[in-house]
Ligand binder design. Sequence first.
Ligand SMILES: [Zn+2]
Length: 491
Amino acid sequence: MKKLLVFLSLAISFQAFTQSSIVYDVVLSGGRVIDPETKLDAIRNVGIINHRIAQITSEPLKGKEVINVSGLVVAPGFIDLHVHGRTNVEQEYQLHDGITTALELEWGIENLKEWYALRQSKALINYGASVSWPYERFKALNQDEKLLKDLLEASRKGESNLGNVQDKTRHTYTLPVDPNQQQRVLENIKTSLAEGGIGIGVPIGYLPKTNPDEMYRVFQFAGQINALVFSHVRNPDIISIQEVIADAVLTNAPLHIVHINSMSLGNIHLSLDMVDTAKDKGFDITTELYPYTAASTALQSAMFDEGWQQRLGISYGDLQWVATGERLTRETFETYRKTGGAVIIHLMKPEWIKVGISASGVMIASDGMGYSKLAHPRTAGTFSRVLGKYVREDKVLDLTTAIEKMTLLPAKRLESISPMMRFKGRIQVGADADITVFNPNIVIDKATFESGLEFSNGIEFVIVNGIFVLKNGKTVSGVAPGLPVYGKFKK
Ligand SMILES: [Zn+2]
């Protein structure tokens, strides 16, 4: 916050002497500017110089490029804490959904140094990832040297093969890990944090046999160095939510529980109550959700091990095969589980989603998947859906609160692990010029479970680090202003 204030005072004194002669790089003129932190909600002109917001005023501004945005909302660019796509293919859908920063924090990414290097000067929007605990563990235990080499090769080419680690190693989590091995896991995590990882991804739900001792040690380590832990909890039930909260409370590890909707199911009131209570007691624990009643993951994952119908409260017909869109039967389930691939899981009630979206402090995050035409629609429509369906149509929450859940809250969530996030999630002088301009009367998601991914509607302009990436609802070609977001341990 301090830095932002320095910028602010510099900008003010600068402005007092020379405002009339300043020509801004970009001026967004006459829009309804909403800043969830200062509670500004008024018609203003926004002036951008280089990659920062330099002026917000009701006075007219001169600009090299002036865009009239009257009738539109000018909001901080949306920040998505939870995406799995790693390329511009997914980023273009995110861009059309108003996202300016998309981070893979649940699973994290293997070989972070290679990945960050590969995305340099190529990304449409800002990018970053956490350290992947399952990958660091796999590496430390040296479970498959050939696969490890393949993964590094793949990382250098920009391919993502973390799924292979999951498939190959999830049966090994019952084996004991000795203290030396455990120490190596933690050292690996440390090394990857130094490569810029934003906290630690602990997707234990994919490795549900993990020894509680092993998991507790990761939290303990995170608590010691104050590194944020992102967790997909062990099972979709309250006991699993209690497990991560207990670990966080005992070790002082900051904790973010991902997609509380699909982890709590019908217990969402109770799980949110627990998160709130922990927060009230001073523990740094937060959560997020996506605005859909279906989940999505790989059919070969541990989620569909013996007993899944009981755990999830569903059956074969509630599963939708992403490759074809068909609903599964016992027979096709067995076949596809062997071949592997993504599945959509229809398992939540609309009321649960409403409870989660309207709950104070709960962030919006997409859990967007890698591209596939019939991928879960959250991959393309999460943020517009909240604005169109939940704000405008169903009036579940007001516009400023919705924007806060997509911008300021995720930025603040990350500030302790990634100080550069202090400059995001805000429309304020001195903040990064990551800005989303949308039409509140028409904004809506277009992606569906039936026909697959489509760009959202009503997101009109998106600026990333001062550069237009979306103009009049269309992708601007030939620009790649996305910058890396790093954690505080980056060397
Ligand atoms: Zn997940």
